[in-house]
Write a protein that binds this ligand. Structure first.
Ligand SMILES: Nc1nc2c(ncn2[C@@H]2O[C@H](COP(=O)(O)OP(=O)(O)OP(=O)(O)O)[C@@H](O)[C@H]2O)c(=O)[nH]1
Ligand SMILES: [Mg+2]
Length: 247
């Protein structure tokens, strides 16, 4: 499958070279799109250098930090335009091991799968170097979302994924409006609710070594409020999730 690996970046100057090199080695046929939101630390310039040396690498520069969700939606639009059959989401900070990609893309192709999630919370999945409070928040947040949304997915917040591009059609800014963890929850849930096949592939998630997290309490709160709202409106018969698209 023609694959586009999308790598969103905001201040990842210390990590970007290494992650792109690892992705290139893991899936040499795939193209990579780095989506940088005007990182003040110069990540965008490093990305341009990498792209200048390698025809498989491209960079999308966005003027300012507008959140992970917006960056991915912009990247997905590029994947549609480019006729890619599969789209990968992966963090730039090294938490997700690109060596898992051949297995994940294999599952997507043979599954049949519409979405393969690199999952921490299925048998064989784990997190490395996370303090227990962070582990507890992710675990319990995922359990709550799974119950509230009546989903069968164990790691709804995971940011390491392979999608069949066709499963993302129609999911653009008019429909998907969440940002951080919630963006990932919303996308997985929408694919699942539309009848898409979702598979979970166990991964070891490794805490970032360089740079700092962009996820704060506001993003966790957004996820809690929205998941609760979606779950309640689904229960009270207002349909699963389908917000009216803005004209
Ligand atoms: N383009 C873009 N990328 C972003 C934005 N916010 C975060 N990212 C990138 O999205 C990925 C995930 O963000 P992280 O800060 O690592 O979030 P996290 O993995 O939940 O948090 P940590 O575990 O602490 O690293 C990283 O590659 C970030 O550089 C944004 O506003 N725009
Ligand atoms: Mg991270």
């Amino acid at each position: 499958m023609r694959t586009l690996v999308i790598v969103p970046t905001y201040n990842e100057a210390e990590s970007i070279r290494s992650i792109i090199d690892r992705i290139r080695r893991a899936v040499p046929e795939a193209d990579i799109l780095i989506v940088d939101d005007g990182s003040p630390d110069g990540t965008g310039g490093i990305a341009d250098e990498l792209a200048a040396r390698d025809a498989h690498i491209d960079v999308l520069h966005r003027p300012e930090k507008a959140g992970l969700g917006a960056a991915y939606l912009h990247g997905f639009a590029r994947a549609f335009e480019g006729g890619y059959e599969a789209v990968v989401e992966i963090d730039a900070d090294g938490s997700h091991d690109p060596a898992e990609l051949p297995a994940m893309l294999g599952l997507l192709e043979s599954g049949p799968g519409d979405l393969v999630i690199g999952s921490r919370w299925v048998d064989g999945g784990r997190v490395v170097n996370w303090p227990w409070p962070r582990r507890a928040i992710s675990r319990s947040g995922n359990r709550y979302a799974r119950w509230m949304l009546r989903s069968s997915i164990h790691d709804l917040t995971a940011g390491f994924r392979a999608y069949r591009t066709s499963a993302l059609r129609g999911l653009d800014r008019a429909v998907v409006s969440s940002q951080g963890y919630c963006f990932q929850v919303e996308l997985a849930w929408r694919v699942e609710s539309a009848g898409g096949a979702v598979l979970e592939h166990p991964i070891a998630f490794v805490e970032r070594e360089n740079g700092s997290s962009k996820m704060g309490p506001g993003i966790v709160a957004e996820a809690l409020v929205r998941v609760t709202g979606w779950g309640l409106s689904a229960r009270f018969g207002r349909g699963p999730i389908h917000r009216e698209a803005t004209p």
